[in-house]
Each structure stands twice: as structure tokens, then as C-alpha cells.
Design a protein around this ligand. Structure first.
Ligand code: IPD
Ligand code: CA
Ligand code: CA
Length: 263
């Protein structure tokens, strides 16, 4: 058994349990509130999933730090392990009963990405990765696409919740990739978008103004599936979520080039 095995087992169990709540409550009546903007939603299911995950980690691993989107995590500065949790990624989809959302759980060790688990409960697809040990989907090894030509690529992106007020709204870049790639998708769950890059379903993904919980698991899964992740400069600040570019590796420089020319 590797050192990661018990942590991966706990992350997997919590992702499956939270996913079961999402599946059970899917397309039922929800309590919906807004957060940072009128288009930024949170539901009672986001909160229930976060409570389940954070309570279990706190009980089973009280020394670990926990960063969770809805604010119930507890920081322990200097902790070796930090759990980074998006209890429901794709809340707008969930609120509209659009079937694309997931649970995302990442774990860093001494500040380095170590373990990632993403679960899509409707498709029953469990993505996971351990740094240096590869990525899997329902136990089968994952590999990014071999596509080398951006004009044949299927790309995905998303738009931040401040888009009604901010001029940094990703529309310039969206237009540029719409011309450069074969096709674009905007499907409302950044964590699943990243897993789809890892699975070779998308050839690339970019987004601005994400948060650590959107990318902590998904970027590791892309890297472990043989892909590349970076910020728009090709650097490492993407773990913060501020700018994220993920690709099969072969298309990475071409994507960075489009983003540089349309900054
Ligand atoms: C959102 C989704 C969406 C992305 C947004 C995220 P949430 O997360 O990942 O695809 O475009 O920027 O904030 O709010 O559903 O957890
Ligand atoms: Ca999210
Ligand atoms: Ca969320």
C-alpha cells in the first residue's frame, strides 16, 4: 500500500457519498441563494455536500487543513496536508437540472498537489490521480488526446461570475478560439472540463478567475494523464485558479500563443 492509499480512499469515499446526495436531490425543489453576484448561486445541496465532506475530514484527520468553497473549512497553518474542496462544481447547471456537475476533492502535501478525486454522480464516473502514479477513470488508466493541430481541437472554457460588470469577461479570447479551434464548449463545470481534457474528450481548456477548489483535483488529473497545465504565461500560478490553461500537451504552446495575442 502506498502512502497515498488511505487518503485517496477517504477522498474517494467522500466524493461518492456527496455525489449520492447530488443524485438523490437532482431535479427536485432546491433552496437557492445568491453569493458574489446575481448569477453566482449556492443551493442547500452545495451546503449539505460540504458539511458531509468537511465533517468527515475534521473527525478522521483533525490535524489536516481544509479549504472548502462554502467557507466551512478550518485552516491549520503549517499542516502537512491541505484538502481543497468544491462540494458541487456546476451549481448553475444543478439549479437548472442540467445534468453536468460533480464533486471535486484535491489534497496538497507540503503545498504540492498530491491527490485529486472528481466524481460525476449521474454518469457514475470517478476520476482520480495521485502525483507520480497516473490518473484513472473508474479504475482504468486515463490518457490525453494525441491531437497536434489546434484547428482540429475541441476546446472548453467558462465565464466568471463578475461578467456583467468586468471587462475581463473572456469574450475576446472566446472569439479567438472559436476561429482557431474545431469547436468550443461551455458546459459549466470547470472540474469536469479538466477531467475531460485528461480523458481525451476535450483537447484543451482555459478559464480566468477560477478558485483553487475548481482546479486542485482536475489539474493534477490532467497532468497525471500526460497533459499539461499552466497559467496563461506558461507558469505555475494556475493552482490559484486565477488563469488556467490545460491541454493534451501537444496543443499547449498554440493555446498560450492565442491567449498572448488576444490578452
Ligand atoms: C463554477 C463552474 C463553472 C465556471 C465558474 C465556476 P461553481 O463553479 O466551475 O464552470 O465557469 O467559473 O465558478 O460555482 O459551480 O462551483
Ligand atoms: Ca466550482
Ligand atoms: Ca461549487
Amino acid at each position: 500500500m502506498t502512502e497515498a492509499a488511505p487518503i485517496l480512499k477517504l477522498a474517494r469515499r467522500l466524493a461518492l457519498e456527496a455525489g449520492a446526495i447530488q443524485k438523490e436531490r437532482y431535479a427536485t425543489e432546491l433552496q437557492i441563494e445568491t453569493k458574489s453576484a446575481a448569477v453566482d448561486l449556492v443551493t442547500d445541496v452545495d451546503k449539505a455536500c460540504e458539511a458531509l465532506i468537511v465533517d468527515a475530514i475534521t473527525a478522521e484527520r483533525p490535524e489536516d487543513a481544509v479549504l472548502a468553497e462554502e467557507g466551512s473549512g478550518v485552516d491549520h497553518p503549517g499542516a502537512e496536508l491541505r484538502w481543497i474542496i468544491d462540494p458541487l462544481d456546476g451549481t448553475t447547471n444543478y439549479a437548472h437540472a442540467y445534468p453536468r456537475f460533480c464533486v471535486s476533492i484535491g489534497v496538497t502535501r507540503n503545498g504540492e498537489p498530491w491527490i485529486g478525486v472528481v466524481y460525476d454522480p449521474l454518469l457514475d464516473e470517478l476520476y482520480e490521480a495521485v502525483r507520480g502514479e497516473g490518473a484513472r477513470l473508474n479504475g482504468e488508466p486515463l490518457r490525453v488526446s494525441p491531437e497536434k493541430d489546434l484547428s482540429h481541437g475541441l476546446l472548453a472554457t467558462g465565464f466568471a461570475y463578475d461578467r456583467r460588470k468586468s471587462e475581463e469577461d473572456n469574450l475576446t479570447q472566446f472569439a479567438a478560439f472559436l476561429k482557431a479551434a474545431r469547436a468550443l464548449r461551455r458546459d459549466g463545470s470547470a472540474a469536469l472540463d479538466l477531467c475531460y481534457v485528461a480523458a481525451g474528450r476535450f483537447d484543451g481548456f482555459w478559464e480566468f478567475k477560477l478558485q483553487p477548489w475548481d482546479v486542485a483535483a482536475g489539474c493534477l488529473i490532467v497532468n497525471e494523464a500526460g497533459g499539461r497545465t499552466s497559467d496563461t504565461e506558461g507558469g505555475e500560478s494556475h493552482w490559484s485558479g486565477r488563469t488556467v490553461v490545460a491541454s493534451n500537451g501537444a496543443l499547449h504552446e498554440a493555446m498560450l500563443d492565442v491567449l498572448r495575442r488576444h490578452a
